[in-house]
Ligand binder design. Sequence first.
Ligand code: GLP
Length: 262
Amino acid sequence: MEVIIRPDAAAACRLTAHLIANAIRENPRLVLGLATGRTMEKLYEMLAQMHRENGLDFAEVQSFNLDEYVGLAPEDPDSYRTYMNHHLFSKVNIKLENTYLPNGAAPDPDAECAEYDAQITACGGIGLQLLGIGRTGHIGFNEPLSALRSRTRCKALSPETMAQNSPLFSDPARMPRRAMTMGVGTIIESKRCLMLVTGDEKADILAKAVEGPITSMISATALQLHPRCTVIVDEAAAAKLQQREYYHWIFDNEPEWDPYRA
Ligand code: GLP
């Protein structure tokens, strides 16, 4: 794992957008894992801008989102499908039929989850998986005690996650109490993981996720097992990291980051 600290949220999003854009340019048929949440909105704006102004081409990209709420149909205004259509898919030239999210309204949610995992495998696995982190330390919706080898399945949402995400609903009481989520095992099979974390309210959980012991209590700690995981954070989110100086040194000196220093 590598941690890269940027001065503010805009710079952290910009670096993440550049890494995603480079991955698409290297492999125009990239299978891209996508995430939702407030943190990603700025990033998706930047990717849309790169498409408009620099011709970043999504024509052959396939995408798989991490999760969806159980009970919400794709066309529901509060579904993650609607979020993705609004923030990214309608603003770039990705083909909608190449964008996958679990169907929250599927009559058999367990079968839907198993099928979703199988679709990822059929596409050759995820090339680059974008991740945020929830206040419980979840990646996707892998709440505390999610098995580190879990596959896509339904999970009950924790009270903390309900409190974090219900204000995003048109009516907070509409927020479902369950979600379909890629499993921790599914996520860490991705060839590359990029976790983007910004804001001081994430500082405590980020420190536990990155520098604490691996535990199913905090599913993001499983990323420590991943052979190629980059965590991009702003100074505010980095505030509680013990090795901040070292992480700054990496960005300032490692050749991999030369093109991004400017
Ligand atoms: C939801 C998603 C997570 C995301 C989290 C962070 O819970 N399921 O994948 O990481 O939101 O949200 P925010 O960026 O709003 O803090």
